[in-house]
Write a protein that binds this ligand. Structure first.
Ligand code: HEC
Length: 168
């Protein structure tokens, strides 16, 4: 007799624990649905007063829009200072392939793809500053992109330096 009572109590306790467990599980998995929330795009929030704009990276044109990028004017005047900055960057980033003179005789180029002669006056004339700056930003067919290692302004400095190569 006592055996049956024991089993019955056990079953009752088990049933209660089971129901509570299920209730807990249900609330656990549906918790986020029951809170107050804003659906994406449902509301537009104004910036809190006193918020400061964040200066982020500059956007640049993707490779497919190089024609549009080519129309941009060079915002950095080709001062001696700018050319010096560009030249210093050129030595670090570009000489391995393009060589010190820009003619494409860098040490890497010998074992890689020979790049265009950047000092070639015809090429210099055919390309706008905007085109070349975009080329540095996103890279070419095999040339790496410098959009991350050089800032937009630094890329313009490099272009100002490239323009001096034609004369040499
Ligand atoms: C890994 C080798 C490599 C490095 C490093 C490199 N280039 Fe190039 N570059 C090339 C190759 C190869 C081309 C030819 C186009 C192509 O295949 O991408 C090229 C093309 C170019 C062009 C386009 C010429 C045209 O057709 O108008 C410019 C401008 C240029 N490079 C400038 C630079 C500058 C500036 C740097 C340094 C910031 C640099 N490159 C670094 C390999 C390189």
């Amino acid at each position: 007799m006592m055996k049956y009572v024991f089993v019955l109590v056990l079953l009752a306790v088990g049933a209660v624990a089971g129901v509570q467990g299920l209730a807990l599980l249900y609330r656990w998995t549906h918790n986020m649905e029951q809170t107050q929330r804003v659906m994406p795009g449902e509301m537009n929030f104004a910036m809190a007063p006193g918020s400061l704009p964040r200066t982020g990276g500059q956007l640049y044109y993707p490779k497919e829009q190089r024609d549009a990028a080519a129309l941009r004017k060079n915002p950095v005047p080709a001062t001696a200072e700018s050319i010096k900055k560009g030249g210093d960057l050129y030595v670090v980033y570009c000489t391995p392939c393009h060589g010190p003179s820009g003619k494409g005789d860098g040490l890497v180029a010998a074992k890689f793809v020979t790049p265009a002669d950047l000092a070639n006056p015809a090429l210099q004339k055919a390309r706008t500053d905007g085109y070349w700056q975009s080329y540095l930003s996103v890279g070419g067919a095999v040339m790496p992109s410098y959009g991350e290692s050089l800032s937009a302004e630094e890329r313009w400095h490099v272009i100002n330096y490239l323009r001096t190569l034609a004369a040499k």
